[in-house]
Design a protein around this ligand. Structure first.
Ligand code: GYE
Length: 359
């Protein structure tokens, strides 16, 4: 993989050196200008980025992060395509990138399956592909150079470990009836966060009484919550949302029905568990309407450009690269959670922390 890249980098360098020499020769004898023309004009590297869509604040933040990393001032041209939450659009975008001979492709795949043929085409065209955020499930992992993203299963495990620790800390012994609002079914974020909940629910005897896909979208989160409330009403005492947008929608629906999202499950409040830690999600966490918000880091720009810069310079890169993430709550009694025996710190959220949160 890296050899292929080396090859591309070497060709690029040879071309720009030949160009620089040609200019130097043709301008030889022009006195002062000689110094000028010896400098190589940096070649612009083109990156095709197939983004999933604009379904959530998290997604908008990841787009903004990529756009601010890849631009003229950093020597890159970013061709971004918005897949509007449809894999077929993303597949078309990938073909377009291959046909137009971009230098690199960055793909954030909506779901894990269905990418083999397209990635194979990119690989045959010698275009290195970097997968970001969600993962692809392909026969041959060599069709892409590297993946940068989150450990979604760990995020789910941390959320569930927190819930378990919280219920234990208040000695809650009644039924735990969970309304589970899923993210786009088949996406890595959904798969990891769902598996974690299902496993923990089994182990702890919690009931998942309803489960439905809301596509990571606020309006759908609200609709799904309304349907679940219509069927199960106030037997629901925990809502597990697979992102903040869904949580915001679910909270609206709960309130419209006269239910109270909050920390005091023993007093009839509904615990809302969420993921992402966007600004709005953290505001709800501060007000107590979200009980715990497990962070998912959308800032892909910097690590992706670092990785591509390494490839440009023929340096080796790791195949799997994980983002740093935290977990936020205002419940002071739980300072860490354990997953597979390993401790993870819970950050006690305060208003100052929102100052740096621009998404
Ligand atoms: O949690 C959600 C977004 O793939 C991790 O997609 C991402 C998820 C994120 O729309 O808000």
């Amino acid at each position: 993989m890296i050899q292929r890249n080396d090859y591309r980098t070497i060709i690029k360098r040879v071309i720009s050196s030949v160009l620089a020499l040609t200019v130097a020769f043709s301008l030889a004898g022009c006195g002062e200008e000689k110094e000028e023309v010896k400098k190589e004009a940096p070649a612009t590297v083109t990156v095709g980025f197939s983004q999933i869509g604009a379904e959530s604040d998290w997604r908008l933040a990841s787009t903004a992060s990529m756009q601010s990393a890849f631009n003229e001032s950093t020597g890159y041209k970013l061709m971004m395509d918005d897949g509007q939450q449809k894999q077929e659009n993303q597949l078309k975008a990938m073909r377009k990138f291959v046909d137009s001979g971009v230098d690199y492709i960055v793909l954030d795949p909506i779901t894990e399956t269905g990418w083999d043929a397209t990635l194979q085409e990119a690989s045959e065209a010698n275009i290195p592909v970097i997968i970001v955020d969600r993962r692809v499930d392909v026969e041959n992992d060599d069709v892409y150079v590297a993946w940068i993203g989150s450990d979604f299963r760990l995020e789910g495990d941390r959320a569930c470990a927190w819930l378990e620790a919280y219920l234990a800390s208040i000695e809650y012994e009644d039924e735990v009836n969970i309304a589970h609002i899923q993210g786009t079914v088949g996406s890595s974020a959904q798969i990891g966060r769902t598996e974690a909940l299902e496993e923990k629910a089994d182990a702890c005897g919690w009931n998942i009484i309803a489960q439905e896909d809301a596509d990571f979208v606020q309006a759908k989160g609200k609709e799904v919550m309304e349907r679940m409330l219509a069927e199960f009403g106030d037997t629901i005492n925990v809502v597990y949302c697979e992102n903040d947008s869904e949580a915001l929608g679910a909270i609206e629906a709960l309130k419209e029905r006269g239910m109270r999202p909050g920390k005091h499950i023993q007093n009839g409040e509904v615990l809302v568990v969420s993921f992402d830690a966007t600004r709005d999600g953290l505001l709800k966490t501060l007000s107590g309407e979200i009980t715990v918000d497990t962070e998912c880091n959308p800032n892909y720009g910097a690590p992706t450009i670092r990785l591509i810069n390494s490839l440009q310079n023929g340096l080796p890169v790791e195949h799997d690269n994980y983002m740093e993430e935290s977990q936020f709550s205002t419940v002071l009694t739980i300072t860490e959670v354990r997953v597979d025996g390993k401790p993870y710190k819970v950050t006690h959220l305060n208003r100052d922390m929102l100052a740096n949160r621009n998404y």
